[in-house]
Ligand binder design. Structure first.
Ligand SMILES: Nc1ncnc2c1ncn2[C@@H]1O[C@H](COP(=O)(O)OP(=O)(O)OP(=O)(O)O)[C@@H](O)[C@H]1O
Length: 728
């Protein structure tokens, strides 16, 4: 059954006060105005870049003539660079001041350095923003708050009536009604389309309905602009079914083709010959997965070749943070297909993953001509500790990105309660952890002894990178579960097991006994246990017992927490980054006696939506185990009201995505998030790092966070953490 979504009503839009960059005022009869970073509608205030208290001009607010001048003569983008208004404060700058500031600025204009890619992008964005504003508010209106005042000959604002006419849904119990902020989103996309701007990012917080806004937008392109596509939608495998379902629900007249799995080879011949004969595509939308762009198999190359045959109207990337690395195969292969599209539309609730450099990859994908950087070393350029740079990045993204937070648009947003649950290791786990640290110390000290000029603080610089990462992963594993290393089964046990497993062909009959021994020695206790179990090997030491699964502090905590949550009527999503941990958690749940479902990367794509539906609809299923990677994005799991992050990611956005599987439209209960942290282990460092990264995210993407207040963004790297362990 569909639950109601509690959001701000039309009437309440009028009185609702938003955070600075989100000025939204409208009369109940008119739709809410378009909002994004660049379209501050009230203030024509001038701000000096790099000096928040002084004044400079706001390119987005310049009259057209000023912008032309601006582009004829390159501006300095150093301390006195021009930038858009990000925050719409209430104080209005008198018009005279504005002119004065402009003259002042012109004296300071300098040639841009050749490699000032950021400055150049900023300049181009300023022009685009000014044109968009002109579209929205006409050429004379410097200050205009409402759609009602927009010159309707330049831009056509769509309303719910247009949506009704376009969608023509035939399902009797379903009426597609957009929330007011969703209507704003659709108008934002249409505006960029009509302006022939080849890209946009819809970055609303997760669960606010980006899918629905994008689908309605495509529908309106057909209905109002006579553009039936073809469109290509690329998404993670887990949400393929969901996209098809929503497309059918919201625009049943669209013909949709799922280009994935075995079905795609059947289609590919037919489509190929269709395209070769120059026939119009027999679909409006093709749905494909990112995996199609990741490999170099013959089949995938052919698939991409086929996709390049069409001139796409819109190439839409869901969970578009997947494009954070412009050097990846995925980025390059997808770009080769999307390059000639009229528009590249990126949907992501977490556009900023780790650093500004990754954000730039998204921008470059969106508008390659505007954001191409050639050979420039962006990593060096986009240094996150440069406060001024964060302001400039906001300005650059301004015209193309629309981001609303749940707290902005939902009135009685169900609360999301965050809890960190510190757990203490028992003796066996603690011993395992200490042993691993000791071994690492010994290894490092012997290494240091060989390099006389190295002191303890820089020692990690002399260890091979792979070694650092191996040690770190080892520590994390033990902090999660001691069965993830080999400590219970000795080398002698392993030899004995190998002799029993070898004749059973456990590693293939062609494998020698020595090879089996070698292989088994690299296994952890849990994997050996599973192998013995699956081959029915009997041995004096034998398989592990239930008490072994409770050797980890986290499993013990779950054994207490989960039954009490179930008793109180809560339903839980448990996320882990490792499938081996999910295996152990399955065992834990069997021991506790709770019913569960599991979804990870190995789950058939066709089964994923079924698992989601089963969990959401069957309240007898208490827990859903998910891998953060396959289950953390796009899924709607509002059947749960509790999330447990078993092991945190360095990148907090990954965990945030996981949390928002149930904190989204359709959720009526308060949501509680538990993060499990094992005391006295590297878990604590990971948690600290994640917290700091979230500060950068807030500074770049959310208004009201001052760069000055973001705290220390310098991060402890894996290497630094290991260095500190040496000194302990
Ligand atoms: N206007 C609406 N009317 C009814 N249901 C809606 C509406 N908007 C969104 N929903 C429902 O809310 C849920 C969340 O929407 P959706 O999956 O599009 O969010 P999202 O922003 O894409 O989330 P994510 O970033 O996690 O992928 C879906 O079940 C969707 O059907």
């Amino acid at each position: 059954m569909k639950r109601d979504f509690d959001e701000i009503s039309d009437d309440e839009w009028v009185n609702h006060s938003f955070k600075p960059s989100r000025v939204l005022k409208s009369t109940p009869s008119s739709p809410p105005p378009i909002e994004s970073f660049a379209f501050g509608t009230k203030t024509q205030q001038l701000l000096a870049s790099g000096s928040p208290s002084s004044s400079s001009d706001d390119c987005a607010d310049l009259e057209d003539d000023d912008v032309e001048q601006n582009n004829d003569r390159p501006v300095s983008l150093g301390n006195r660079a021009r930038r858009f208004i990000i925050d719409d404060d209430d104080d209005e700058q008198p018009a005279d001041d504005l002119e004065l500031e402009l003259e002042d600025e012109e004296e300071l204009e300098l040639e841009l350095e050749d490699d000032d890619v950021i400055g150049k992008a900023l300049q181009k964005c300023a022009k685009i923003a000014a044109e968009l504003r002109k579209d929205l508010y006409g050429s004379t209106a410097v200050c205009c708050d409402r759609y009602a005042e927009v010159d309707s000959s330049t831009v056509r604002i769509v309303t719910q009536d247009d949506v009704d006419a376009a969608c023509m849904v035939e399902v009797p119990d379903f009426q597609p009604v957009l929330k007011p902020y969703q209507l704003v989103g659709v108008n934002f996309l249409l505006l960029l389309y009509r302006r022939n701007i080849g890209g946009a990012i819809l970055a609303d917080e997760m669960g606010l309905g980006k899918t629905i806004q994008a689908i309605t937008y495509l529908m309106l392109l057909k209905h109002l602009n006579d553009d039936p596509g073809p469109h290509l939608i690329v998404c993670p495998a887990s949400v393929l079914e969901n996209w098809e379902r929503e497309l059918k629900r919201w625009c049943p007249s669209f013909s949709v083709l799922q280009y994935h799995g075995t079905a795609r080879s059947a289609y590919s011949k037919e489509l190929s010959s269709h395209a070769k004969h120059g026939l119009p595509p027999p679909f409006n939308v093709i749905l494909a997965c990112y995996s199609l762009f990741e490999r170099h198999s013959v089949q995938q190359k052919d698939d991409r070749k086929l996709l390049k045959r069409w001139r796409w109207s819109c190439v839409l990337m869901d969970e578009a943070h997947a494009l954070k690395d412009k050097n990846s195969y995925r980025w390059k292969n997808l770009m080769s297909v999307a390059r000639n599209a009229n528009q590249r539309l990126l949907l992501t609730g977490t556009p900023l993953q780790n650093d500004l450099h990754e954000l730039w990859s998204l921008l470059e994908f969106m508008l390659p001509d505007l954001f191409a950087t050639g050979d420039v070393d962006l990593k060096r350029l986009l240094n996150t500790e440069d406060g001024d740079l964060i302001g400039r990045m906001k300005s650059i993204m301004g015209p193309f990105i629309l981001r609303r937070l749940k707290s902005d648009v939902m009135k009685q947003l169900v609360p999301k309660i965050q809890q960190v649950k510190y757990v203490s290791m028992g003796k066996q786990q603690e011993d395992a952890y200490k042993e691993a640290i000791e071994e690492y110390r010994k290894f490092s000290h012997s290494h240091i002894a060989k390099c006389s000029d190295v002191n303890l603080t820089t020692v990690v610089g002399v260890l091979p990178r792979r070694q650092i990462s191996n040690y770190f992963v080892q520590f994390r594993k033990i902090a999660n579960h001691p069965l993830l290393v080999r400590r219970i089964y000795t080398d002698e046990d392993v030899v004995r097991f190998a002799k029993k497993l070898h004749p059973r062909g456990a590693f293939g009959f062609e494998c020698t006994l020595d090879r089996v021994v070698e292989e088994l020695k690299s296994y952890n206790d849990y994997s050996i246990h599973q192998l013995l179990l699956s081959y029915g090997v009997s041995d004096s030491k034998g398989i592990l017992s239930e008490k072994h699964v409770m050797l980890s502090a986290k499993c013990q905590a779950l054994a207490e927490l989960l039954p009490s949550l179930q008793k109180d009527g809560h339903r839980v999503l448990v996320f882990s980054q490792w499938t081996s941990i999910l295996d152990i958690l399955e065992w834990t749940l069997d021991v506790i006696g709770l019913t569960y479902r599991r979804l990870d990367g190995s789950t058939q794509v066709t089964d994923r939506q079924t698992i989601v539906d089963e969990f959401n609809n069957d309240t007898s299923i208490s827990v859903c185990l998910l891998s953060t990677r396959a289950g953390g994005q796009g899924l709607n799991l509002t059947g749960a009201d509790t999330v447990i992050i078993h092991d945190m990611d360095f990148n907090p956005q990954i965990d945030r995505q996981a949390e928002d599987r149930c904190h989204r439209i359709g959720q009526t209960k308060p949501v509680t998030i538990y993060r499990l942290v094992t005391k006295g282990t590297v878990d604590e460092n990971v948690y600290e790092i994640a917290k700091r990264k979230l500060t950068l995210d807030a500074a770049v993407l959310e208004s009201g966070v001052d760069v000055e207040h973001q705290g220390d963004l310098s991060e402890m790297t894996m290497g630094e953490i290991l260095s500190s362990l040496l000194k302990a």
